[in-house]
Design a protein around this ligand. Structure first.
Ligand code: CP3
Length: 344
């Protein structure tokens, strides 16, 4: 039997530095792999793959077979939550996700509320994927569950798609405070239970994605990002105190030590190595190579060693600062892993 503490990612998250720096990549299962396309092409829709435990398990395992990653993030998407809450979500090949925007706010809240009792029934195939992965994954790999955070989910749910002016979402929140309070409470409740069910199904670590946190400034950071994340983490920790939680609040405009203390998370996934410049603490850090550098591979090893060097005095899980680019050559991923594992 493998003791869980032999898993290097869990060792890191409990405050140690294992012999080798553990490594995994955001979106490591996906379109840069030809075998992903093979499966994706057999399915009608992207969400159809997410809700199919056999396909989602297989896709999750694809990068683990090819590369010596130390963790496996189960295959799904942050937008399954709005989908399970009854909002229409479609994924189009070149536009990305498109959600049906709420025209009538009362009707929209009614839809979400009426789906609340069955949301985890809808999400059940995802819990089954985790169940299967728990058995299928090699014993030294850490199984990661995840969710989007209220702010990033809200931007998609209110504005309907990515690439919009996110200030419009803030304006919307200010203009309709009563709507917003109920809306955010629904998201906080759903995400908290979603995470707890992932943990019950076998997720050993949770990563929370707040991909659009970087547009917030001043008090808005706490209102839209930090406070709701703190509520979710407090709720999860009250039931499952020992499951490590990593927060990826991309480009957060706040000192990372304060952000970590306010949210109560165990580790931070950072967007730029300079973010650790003002940190006086030694909690674990994940990150933070740019996917563009991995794609071009220009001075790849130099960039990797610089990051490892800056983080050598604390637990460090190597990762990117965003999802891997779909045009990334597979050979570059092999080089990345070799460099990280060869460091020090
Ligand atoms: O391997 C993994 O990391 C697990 C699976 C995963 C996906 N999306 C698969 C996916 C995870 C963790 C996500 C998170 C996600 N999804 C985020 C947060 C992380 C980030 O990238 O900032 C966000 C904002 C989304 C929303 C989303 N899903 C967008 C904007 C898109 C389109 C983007 C694009 O590159 O086209 C998706 C689709 C998506 N999610 C794909 C995959 C593999 C591509 C779908 C396809 O096959 O066409």
């Amino acid at each position: 039997m493998t003791n869980t503490i032999q898993k290097s990612v869990l060792q890191c998250l409990s405050g140690h530095r294992p012999q080798r720096i553990p490594v995994w990549l955001m979106r490591q299962a996906g379109r840069y792999l030809p075998e992903y396309h093979t499966i994706r092409n057999t399915a009608d829709s992207f969400l159809g793959v997410c809700y199919n435990p056999a396909l989602a398990t297989e896709i999750t395992l694809q990068p683990i077979r090819r590369f010596d990653f130390d963790a496996s993030i189960f295959f799904a998407d942050i937008l399954v939550v709005p989908d399970a809450l009854g909002q229409r979500v479609d994924f189009y090949p070149n536009t990305g996700p498109v959600l049906q925007v709420p025209e009538d706010k009362t009707a929209f809240l009614h839809t979400l509320e009426s789906h609340l009792p069955k949301v985890h029934n809808t999400l059940n195939p995802l819990y089954e994927t985790l169940d299967r992965l728990k058995v299928a994954l090699p014993p030294d790999k850490t199984l990661i569950g995840f969710s989007g955070c209220p702010w990033t989910l809200a931007t998609y749910m209110i504005l309907g798609r990515g690439g919009q002016d996110l200030q419009n979402c803030i304006h919307f929140a200010r203009r309709y405070p009563d709507f917003w309070r109920v809306f955010y409470d629904i998201l906080i409740e759903t995400i908290s239970e979603y995470i707890l069910r992932q943990i019950a199904a076998g997720a050993e670590v949770i990563q929370l994605f707040d991909s659009w946190a970087g547009v917030l400034s001043g008090d808005d950071i706490d209102i839209f990002c930090t406070d709701p994340i703190a509520k979710i983490i407090a709720g999860v920790k009250s039931v499952s105190p020992h499951t490590p939680i990593i927060v990826f609040a991309k480009n957060i405009q706040m000192n990372i030590d304060i952000f970590r203390q306010k949210t109560g998370c165990d580790a931070l996934s950072i967007s730029h190595i300079n973010a650790v410049g003002h940190s006086t603490k030694t909690y674990p850090i994940q990150g933070c190579l740019s996917p563009d550098i991995l794609r071009s591979a220009e001075d790849l090893e130099h960039h990797i060693y610089t990051i490892c060097e800056r983080l050598k005095n604390r637990p460090h899980i190597f990762n990117l600062n965003h999802g891997i680019d779909k045009h990334t050559p597979i050979g570059h991923v092999h080089r990345l892993i070799k460099a990280v594992q060869g460091y020090g």
